[in-house]
Design a protein around this ligand. Sequence first.
Ligand SMILES: *[C@@H]1O[C@H](CO)[C@@H](O)[C@H](O)[C@H]1NC(C)=O
Ligand SMILES: *[C@@H]1O[C@H](CO)[C@@H](O)[C@H](O)[C@H]1NC(C)=O
Ligand SMILES: *[C@@H]1O[C@H](CO)[C@@H](O)[C@H](O)[C@H]1NC(C)=O
Ligand SMILES: *[C@@H]1O[C@H](CO)[C@@H](O)[C@H](O)[C@H]1NC(C)=O
Ligand SMILES: *[C@@H]1O[C@H](CO)[C@@H](O)[C@H](O)[C@H]1NC(C)=O
Length: 464
Amino acid sequence: MRIHNLVPLLCVGGAYALPTLPWLAQIPVEGLVRCWGMFAPLSEDRTVYQVLKDDERYSRLVKAINLSNRVIDLLDDPAASITFFAVPNTGIPHRQPSHGDDDDDYQLGSTSLAPKRGDERDVAHDLGHLILQVEELDDIPESRDKDHRKEALGRIIRGILAYHILPEKLDSAALVQNSTYATNLTLKDGSMDYQPLRLSVQSTTVPPRLRINTVVDVIRRDIEASNGVIHSINIPLLPPPSLFSEMFVVPEVFSYVTSAIQRVDLTGAIDRWWIPGKDGGHGSFVGAEITTFFAPTSGAFQRLPNKLRLFLFSPFGAKALKKLLEYHVVPQVVLHTDYVHDAACYAAFDDDWKASIPVDPPLYAYNLTLPTLLDNYSLDVQVARYKAKIPLPGPARYFTRFMVNGRDVGPYDIPARNGALHVITNLLDPRGHHKEDHKHYGHESIDVDWEDWEEWLPQWAMQD
Ligand SMILES: *[C@@H]1O[C@H](CO)[C@@H](O)[C@H](O)[C@H]1NC(C)=O
Ligand SMILES: *[C@@H]1O[C@H](CO)[C@@H](O)[C@H](O)[C@H]1NC(C)=O
Ligand SMILES: *[C@@H]1O[C@H](CO)[C@@H](O)[C@H](O)[C@H]1NC(C)=O
Ligand SMILES: *[C@@H]1O[C@H](CO)[C@@H](O)[C@H](O)[C@H]1NC(C)=O
Ligand SMILES: *[C@@H]1O[C@H](CO)[C@@H](O)[C@H](O)[C@H]1NC(C)=O
């Protein structure tokens, strides 16, 4: 495992491992973009494609772009207005003299997009290795086989680069305004109910930093083009895997919930996977197409009363465990704090939307009642997005307060191939309430909400 493989995992693990902090603590880590405004954008008459083509630092990326006319057409379209995340040559791995087995960086990507089949069999599915394969084409003599290979590479590159494109022009000051954005990548297998896959944006004040999907750093921002803006990133973006696969990226945080899901056979409710066709026929994707999952951390399970934990993971508790987990799954809905897609019109917006504008008005605020996999049990979600008023230099800073059943959620808005993942540090109580004691945050050693479980949980689990 090489270092740039390790770094993201540690950072993500670190961030996820934090207990939910009182929400005020989030203010300083949102949005300040320090050097903003120091460079007035020059007017640029070249398109995104032309800017990249003329810059030696992106020659390896441009070589890959050149394999797909559709990508060129989009990046070179004078009428477009787009954002492109471009990875420079330094962000792409170098060719190995031979293929050793330690060649495992970017492994996450290999399962994340289209299935491998036919002449696409040995084509990698992350941009870094795809570009290596494009470069290897130079060593292959012209042949029909080479043409096939080129075509296959071009198709996959188009899909992955579509995930690097936003269909509107968003400079860094605009990018920090929301938490997630639709990309230009829509999957044809029904994932996300045919809506574009999304990416998330994180910004921090100290150090001033702009991140995509928690692990990719923007290293040069706001490179102007006539038809959009380019942000240079340190490593390629990976189209996200399914909700279930995503949790294996940080096993120390999610090992309890992933084994619990497998134990009670709920994998199909949050995973999405490829089944090859029989006898060379077409395969297909199966599993959850669109889902929101509130994923409890391992800490949430560890803070349950010991006896309850033993019960849940014993044969007698399987039914209770299953119902509890079902209460954390919102089927047919993708809820990000700034985006709701409701495939079945299940979610109900709270009526008195206007009744309750606080003194300090949020940019937007809404309450939602979400259905869960468990019939007749719903989740109450509250979202409010604020503009920070702290007088610091630089552009505006924003922060979101996101609660489910009265508890803070976070990290939130993690995009997946088939929905949205939000992390919670306490298991959700299907009775819909918890003890109104604000001294209790996620780092308590015992979760007080569950102290009286013996009085209701076993009977509740047996009801239909
Ligand atoms: C990409 O294609 C353009 C137009 O054909 C060409 O000018 C350029 O040299 C190519 N760049 C690379 C890196 O292959
Ligand atoms: C991607 O961009 C192309 C060209 O602008 C557009 O036709 C297509 O609808 C876009 N797809 C998505 C999912 O945004
Ligand atoms: C940001 O989110 C709000 C609320 O969903 C939406 O109205 C707005 O269009 C979004 N802005 C951008 C730039 O996507
Ligand atoms: C959402 O519900 C909470 C708690 O009931 C209430 O304080 C808040 O004003 C509501 N917000 C909106 C936008 O309705
Ligand atoms: C849910 O509520 C409806 C209407 O109150 C009832 O008919 C149905 O049996 C309930 N389902 C379960 C699983 O409790």
